[in-house]
Design a protein around this ligand. Structure first.
Ligand code: FMN
Length: 191
């Protein structure tokens, strides 16, 4: 068990996981990242394809550059959807919330279950992060930018790979309050 790991049942981790948007300066070491990748690759995978590949970005300047590139793209997407741009037009807003690490789950495969595999790996990774007192958050707002040729070149990601899940990672700066959930809606319950 790592220094930062806490004893937690799976169900406790599911309930404790939060999307964290406020991080300390503490950098996540590579040992911890490898443990998280181990959790990720143990997710279920259709036809046992294991289609995932990972990119790990720990350069905060680079993350800031990508954030600046991504914000207007996402603000445009919000506009098309008829939604307000929110913080995405604010010069100081960092789409990655100044987290020290961004993990990208990528794939060059195109099967119908590839995205599902990658998202299941993502949830494993985020639950494991929670059990290691790390915060995480999916950053869907960066997806369009991350999949542009410009950004792939910057990240040394070959063109044939798609970035499917971007997850920021870091040590939480304070508590993140729990979010509300609707009750599960059951449309059929057979005996
Ligand atoms: C596909 C997906 C995309 C998301 N994109 C963003 C994002 O771009 N920025 C962000 O701050 N949170 C993002 N989130 C996090 C959600 O806002 C968050 O999961 C939700 O508000 C519930 O909060 P909780 O995860 O702490 O329970 C995303 C979550 C998912 C599943």
């Amino acid at each position: 068990m790592q220094e930062t790991q806490v004893e937690m049942t799976v169900f406790e981790a599911i309930l404790a996981r939060r999307c964290v948007r406020n991080y300390t300066e503490r950098v996540v070491d590579l040992g911890a990242i490898h443990i998280l990748l181990e959790a990720a690759i143990h997710g279920p995978t259709a036809l046992h394809e294991e289609p995932w590949t990972f990119a790990i970005i720990r350069d905060k300047e680079l993350l800031k550059d990508i954030s600046d590139y991504a914000k207007p793209l996402f603000a445009g997407e919000l506009q098309i959807a008829g939604r307000a741009p929110g913080s995405f037009t604010e010069p100081d807003f960092n789409i990655f919330y100044d987290a020290s690490t961004l993990i990208l789950i990528c794939s060059k495969q195109t099967g119908s279950c590839v995205a599902a595999d990658c998202w299941l790996a993502a949830e494993n990774l985020m639950l494991a992060a929670c059990a290691m007192k790390l915060g995480s958050c999916v950053i869907g707002a960066a997806l369009t930018a991350l999949n542009t040729p410009d950004i792939k070149v910057k990240l040394n990601i070959p063109e044939e790979f798609s970035i499917i899940v971007p997850i920021i990672l870091g040590y939480p700066n304070g508590e993140t309050p729990p979010t509300r959930r609707k009750k599960p809606v059951i449309i059929t319950l057979t005996s």
